[in-house]
Design a protein around this ligand. Structure first.
Ligand SMILES: NC(=O)c1ccc[n+]([C@@H]2O[C@H](COP(=O)([O-])OP(=O)(O)OC[C@H]3O[C@@H](n4cnc5c(N)ncnc54)[C@H](OP(=O)(O)O)[C@@H]3O)[C@@H](O)[C@H]2O)c1
Length: 344
């Protein structure tokens, strides 16, 4: 049994990890941290855990002393970094859900997030998107779990980056996220009255997920890629859709492009290239470690439209993190992750 500990277990991604690990056949939770609720039982904070999986919450410092094989850091960016090196030094595998290990270039981190607490750890991290970096993840001790928007955009265009089908030098992505993407801490802009019935863009010119998308897409293409990214908040608790536009390089058909996607993702258990006529829907991936992708060709404008959907808390965060754990620990990659979506 793989013993896991979860830093920030009372946040949305933390409790999603609990939900997934509770039915994992080869892993168990040895402890979780919270500043506010240290000393209480997890089920006191999340009544959904009553009668089932339970454990006592501790401070993050105390959690570092708990015997474990894998640590999940489900903390805000800027907070994760200080735990990474001590956990690695203690021999644990570390999966960081925050942005603290995602960028390879320390200068880039500073530019988008501010000073890094331990910039040297960036060189030790593998970008934890299994569909792109599975082999490196298998060898890694530190996986930087991707952001939810980047997962939807990178998986959305990865099959095209080495092809001559569309111009991928500037990727235009228009994305919508459920409110849980902003985390559990109360903020006025994500409160019910201000987000419950509205639909609004934010961070239109400078969202922090841009540099990691550009980093990964440039690596895939072998040339510099820019991302024109427009995120929006939609009044649902979980779910994300990215609609991506790329100019076609010449006449082609949706069938040709769809075939490319089907081939690229044919061996992937969690990415579905949808058949002709089908479009992704957040309700079809809700709570599942799944990403659904559709492509359409607009002959009138010569634009290729890619639409991807995932659950920001599952394939966009905690499900992907469990997938990383499975790969890093030599378990079956799909273990604990084959649950169907919560439909409707
Ligand atoms: N939400 C998503 O859809 C999503 C998707 C992908 C990645 N992520 C990333 O995953 C990380 C966690 O996100 P989340 O949405 O789960 O956040 P969240 O709901 O705000 O939860 C944060 C957790 O960290 C703890 N915490 C907060 N500040 C802390 C500090 N200074 N020291 C120690 N613990 C602290 C909180 O509990 P206490 O306050 O009790 O300590 C809570 O358990 C973030 O870096 C986020 O960017 C989130």
């Amino acid at each position: 049994m793989v013993r896991t500990i979860i830093f920030g277990v009372t946040g949305y991604t933390g409790v999603e990890l609990v939900r997934l690990l509770a039915s994992h056949p080869d892993a168990m939770i040895a402890g979780g941290s919270s500043r506010q609720w240290a000393g209480k039982k997890a089920s006191e904070i999340f009544p959904s855990l009553r009668g089932g999986y339970d454990f006592v919450l501790s401070t993050a410092d105390d959690l570092q002393g708990v015997r474990a094989d894998v640590a999940f850091l489900a903390l805000p960016h800027g907070e994760s970094a200080r735990f990474v090196r001590p956990l690695l030094d203690s021999g644990l595998k570390v999966i960081d859900l925050s942005a603290d290990c995602r960028l390879h270039d320390p200068q880039m981190y500073r530019e988008w997030y501010g000073p890094h607490q331990d910039p040297e750890i960036l060189a030790r991290a593998v970008y934890g998107l299994p569909e792109i970096h599975r082999k490196e993840i298998a060898q890694a001790s530190l996986a930087a779990n991707p952001g939810c928007y980047p997962t939807s955009v990178i998986l959305g265009v990865a099959p095209l980056m080495t092809q001559n089908l569309a111009d991928t030098s500037v990727v235009i992505a228009d994305s919508k996220s459920g409110i849980s993407g902003a985390g559990r801490g109360s903020k006025l802009t994500t409160s019910f009255c201000e987000a419950g019935e509205g639909f609004k863009p934010y961070g239109i010119l400078r969202h922090r997920h841009i540099p990691e998308m550009e980093q990964e897409l440039s690596l895939l293409k072998g040339d510099r890629v820019r991302v024109r990214f427009s995120p929006h908040l939609i009044p649902v608790s979980r779910g994300m859709v990215s609609t991506i536009y790329l100019p076609l390089k010449g006449p082609t058909t949706a069938e040709v492009i769809r075939e490319r996607y089907e081939t690229f993702y044919s061996a992937e258990p969690f990415v579905q290239a949808l058949p002709a006529g089908a479009l992704p829907d957040t309700l079809q991936v809700r709570g599942a470690n799944a990403c659904h992708i559709a492509v359409e060709v607009d002959d009138r404008t010569g634009i290729l439209v890619v639409v991807s959907a995932l659950d920001n808390l599952t394939k966009g965060a905690s499900g992907n993190a469990v997938q990383n754990m499975n790969i890093m620990m030599g378990l079956n990659e799909t273990a604990g992750l084959m649950g169907l979506p919560l439909f409707p």
